[in-house]
Write a protein that binds this ligand. Sequence first.
Ligand SMILES: N[C@@H](CCC(=O)N[C@@H](CS)C(=O)NCC(=O)O)C(=O)O
Length: 213
Amino acid sequence: MYELHDYLRSAAAYRVRIALALKGIEHDRSDVDLVGGAQHDPDFRALNPQGLVPVYSDENLHLTQSLAIIEYLDERYPEPPLLPVSLEQRARARQMAQIVCSDIHPLNGFRVHVYLRDALGIDTVRRRRWFEHWVLEGLDALELWLTADATTRRFAVGDTVSIADVCLVPQLDLARRNRIDVEDFPRLAAIERACMALPAFRDTHPGTGAATR
Ligand SMILES: N[C@@H](CCC(=O)N[C@@H](CS)C(=O)NCC(=O)O)C(=O)O
């Protein structure tokens, strides 16, 4: 009944896996082989015309866009909350999530890399520069924000996990897999360590393969 169309190495899908795990929501998982091109299959396009994972389905709807899915899950299953109770902290958590989801990740998705390579003929070295430029710029900004903000404690916003951490950790994982030294961002690295101490982050990590159910 509950299903996630997923791909282990997708940062956007990892966000949703974390949210599902934090809330203890049992679900089936279908792997969409992005490298093999399964996102272009007509059956998958019927589910998501954008040809992107994640797609979350339950008895009520098929939903795409990781932030929309996470907020839907948070409203439907309020415990533990992924959006802070305080208005200001809630806004701050959304701000951090959107730096990742709106400003860093979209510039570096798989389809962007494929387009730069195949349509524009950009070579590996310059594609690498593109990737590094946008990721480092975004992580620099997050590091500055989270160092300056008094509400940043063990996690990005306060002492409990929020949507900000759910988005930050997959982005750091993606950066590390692309040979960016996350320890250059000490505040972000410390938050990542705090998150990875939690089973919901660890058990759904692309490297564990344990996201299957
Ligand atoms: N804004 C979307 C982004 C989804 C997205 O970019 N998914 C990537 C994997 S991380 C994808 O499915 N890419 C397929 C492709 O590039 O062909 C979300 O947050 O769900």
